[in-house]
Design a protein. Structure first.
Length: 505
């Protein structure tokens, strides 16, 4: 009898942090909520039924993904197979069905080990993406016409990518504990739905989103392993280790960074080393192809090249693009170490990945998938997010109509070169706009909607609320001023480890 719990202890649950409701702090979200009955009430019982925010967001994501699949159906029914320009006029192009036969999956060739018969000698994708493609090929029946097999292959891949999309939405919704509804930015992003099945990028994006969630929960080794796996599927996730290094430098969290970086390297090697040793030519194809690839769609390099009599030399572009990326990274690092308050991890992650895309010699329409989850965490403001998304949707239409124009012969159906260049500039400006807003939020933390609601860095894990150990410039002056004046300032000593000088934000 003495071990029986009392009624008081039975009903008591751990206190959960109060959720931030976008419909109460975001005018665009509040206006949009009128479509489903208006903003959620102050006394609404959220999170106490099966319909939790994470589940709702995941279902919304699945619904939007399905709409994106429907948008591809004109191609599924024939445009992928009949007429070069039809898949562009319907804006439903996808690499997936074309590469089923073009990369040897229809013939049972083993990626990286078997040489391909065409111009591309080996599969030009990282190893883990190649595994993803091969698994989908195993699930595709080898009977029927090649058109039927390609249709099934696309459908199988779409099903696997839909799971990735749901994982991304759920991870973003859970990364900021008090802001689960920010996951709707990802789930309802129109460019996300339109580009999800163009290529296999969602696999790497899902691994990266899961890594961000692990870091937010303080699981540094799991973060590193997932980043390593994501880098084995696509190169860009490795860029997140750069901002993490600078933030851990500022906070003195060297052990945590070492664990994360070590986990990433080991995970990447576990995936890559067997193929690297047994099929070195096939393994290296992704890297040599990326180096040798010329200026391509979506980049400002293409706009410059189209205004020149002689195309830009690939080696020159590689050098200049690398130099611009290094300068951008140095700028982000300087911002991180001089800002009056340590930037949030998601903010710097977005800036670095965006810099890589903007300076790259190709900006494919599906690259927006890399940025959407980071944007939802870095700047969860519906107005700015939708402005950026509008630019990306405009480019999504622009590139296909431009390809329709170039492949329609004398008919010239679609968007001419000048119009396409406007679309390129527009989506570059859209990404730059979001970068500028995030930089402003870093330099003026009171404009950051996440910190305005009382949080420090909810995606920062061990960095959340940690005291700064190394700063210089403006941040160093703020610390000196706080120590000598004894007054509250927007100081760097924010968080649970700091005994005083907390920001008034």
């Amino acid at each position: 009898m003495c071990g029986m719990p009392s009624a008081e202890t039975t009903d008591r649950k751990p206190e959960e942090p109060e959720q931030v409701r976008p419909t109460r702090e975001d005018e665009v979200a509040a206006a949009g909520s009128e479509l489903i009955g208006g903003p959620i009430g102050r006394r609404a019982l959220t999170g106490r039924s099966w319909w939790t925010p994470v589940r709702i967001i995941a279902l919304v994501m699945i619904g939007m993904f399905a709409l994106g699949m429907v948008q591809k159906f004109p191609c599924y029914d024939g445009s992928w197979f009949y007429g070069a320009s039809s898949q562009y006029t319907h804006a439903c192009y996808s690499d997936i069905p074309h590469l089923y036969q073009g990369r040897g999956f229809a013939d049972g060739l083993v990626p990286y080990f078997d040489r391909l018969p065409g111009d591309m000698e080996y599969l030009e994708y990282p190893v883990l993406t190649g595994v993803f493609m091969e698994v989908a090929a195993w699930l595709t029946p080898g009977s029927g016409s090649i058109q039927h097999q390609e249709q099934v292959y696309w459908m199988v891949n779409a099903g696997m990518l839909m799971i990735c999309a749901a994982v991304i939405a759920a991870c973003v919704a859970r990364t900021h504990r008090r802001r689960p509804w920010d996951g709707l930015l990802v789930a309802l992003a129109p460019a996300f739905a339109l580009t999800s099945t163009i290529n296999w990028d969602l696999f790497a994006v899902a691994l990266t989103a899961a890594a961000m969630l692990m870091w937010a929960r303080g699981r540094t080794l799991a973060f590193g392993v997932l980043i390593g796996l994501a880098t084995a599927a696509k190169l860009y996730p490795a860029l997140l280790l750069g901002p993490l290094f600078v933030l851990c430098w500022r906070a003195g969290k060297w052990k945590d960074f070492a664990v994360a970086a070590g986990g990433a390297v080991v995970a990447w090697l576990v995936v890559n080393l067997p193929v690297m040793l047994l099929a070195p030519d096939g393994w290296s194809k992704f890297y040599t192809f990326s180096q040798e690839r010329g200026v391509d769609f979506g980049s400002f390099w293409l706009v410059i090249s189209q205004h020149m009599d002689t195309p830009l030399d690939t080696d020159v572009v590689n050098t200049l693009a690398s130099a611009l990326m290094v300068l951008a990274c140095l700028g982000v690092a300087a911002l991180a170490l001089t800002a009056p308050r340590r930037p949030r991890f998601a903010q710097l992650a977005f800036l670095v990945v965006a810099a890589f895309i903007l300076t790259n010699k190709v900006y494919s329409p599906q690259y927006v998938l890399w940025l959407v989850p980071l944007a939802a965490l870095a700047r969860p403001k519906w107005r700015d997010f939708l402005v950026w998304q509008a630019c990306e949707v405009a480019y999504f239409l622009g590139i296909w109509f431009y390809l329709a124009y170039t492949t329609s012969g004398d008919k010239h159906q679609g968007l001419p070169t000048d119009g396409y260049q406007v679309a390129v500039v527009l989506h570059l400006l859209g990404t730059l706009y979001l970068c500028a807003i995030i930089v402003r939020d870093i330099w003026l933390p009171d404009r950051d909607v996440v910190r305005r609601s009382g949080d420090d860095d909810p995606s920062g894990g061990v960095l959340d609320g940690a005291e700064d150990r190394f700063v210089f410039g403006h941040a160093a002056y703020s610390r000196w001023e706080a120590e000598h004046d004894g007054e509250q300032t927007p100081a760097v000593d924010w968080g649970k480890d700091a005994p005083s000088h907390r920001s008034s934000l």
